[in-house]
Design a protein around this ligand. Sequence first.
Ligand SMILES: *[C@@H]1O[C@H](CO)[C@@H](O)[C@H](O)[C@H]1NC(C)=O
Ligand SMILES: *[C@@H]1O[C@H](CO)[C@@H](O)[C@H](O)[C@H]1NC(C)=O
Ligand SMILES: *[C@@H]1O[C@H](CO)[C@@H](O)[C@H](O)[C@H]1NC(C)=O
Ligand SMILES: *[C@@H]1O[C@H](CO)[C@@H](O)[C@H](O)[C@H]1NC(C)=O
Ligand SMILES: *[C@@H]1O[C@H](CO)[C@@H](O)[C@H](O)[C@H]1NC(C)=O
Length: 134
Amino acid sequence: MYFTTFNFFFVIAFALLALVHAHPVSLAIRDVFVPEVLTPKAGDTWVIGDTQSVTWNVSSPPAQITNPVGQLLLRKGELTQNVTLAGNFSILAGNVSFIVPSVTPDDDYSVVLFGDSGNFSPDFSIVANVSGTS
Ligand SMILES: *[C@@H]1O[C@H](CO)[C@@H](O)[C@H](O)[C@H]1NC(C)=O
Ligand SMILES: *[C@@H]1O[C@H](CO)[C@@H](O)[C@H](O)[C@H]1NC(C)=O
Ligand SMILES: *[C@@H]1O[C@H](CO)[C@@H](O)[C@H](O)[C@H]1NC(C)=O
Ligand SMILES: *[C@@H]1O[C@H](CO)[C@@H](O)[C@H](O)[C@H]1NC(C)=O
Ligand SMILES: *[C@@H]1O[C@H](CO)[C@@H](O)[C@H](O)[C@H]1NC(C)=O
């Protein structure tokens, strides 16, 4: 699930160009590292104020990564929110932890993991802390 279509079209265009010139698909495109988000999974629930982590698959990174600095944003429905869950972490770390921010509880949140490009998780829920009084 590519978030930015620009990179996707670039890869397609590059692959077609490579075919036209009868070369094998170039290794040069491999440095766009778009790791798969492993957690949260569909239907997970986050509690506001709780410490949560997001994990992603770093089992096969390319030798060269254009942008190794990761950023994790919150997305609701189809819209990326102006909420940075975590930033300035290594895209090769495979996980990052943060406190769940106080957003409107709903069941259509997802996260967008950015490095070279963006990849997003399935939808999950964010709920208020029902055991708390505030
Ligand atoms: C991570 O990606 C590799 C291939 O790049 C795959 O073999 C492996 O199953 C993936 N791991 C998980 C937990 O999805
Ligand atoms: C996003 O939030 C930051 C601070 O939280 C603010 O400075 C910035 O203007 C906001 N951007 C948009 C597009 O709302
Ligand atoms: C980002 O992380 C690097 C290394 O951990 C650190 O040197 C740098 O100051 C951090 N930048 C910000 C804006 O936090
Ligand atoms: C999280 O990342 C750290 C270092 O990047 C690693 O040591 C740890 O095993 C990771 N934890 C999980 C649950 O993936
Ligand atoms: C939820 O509220 C209870 C009671 O106030 C508190 O002990 C607990 O730490 C809260 N949990 C979170 C994740 O904020």
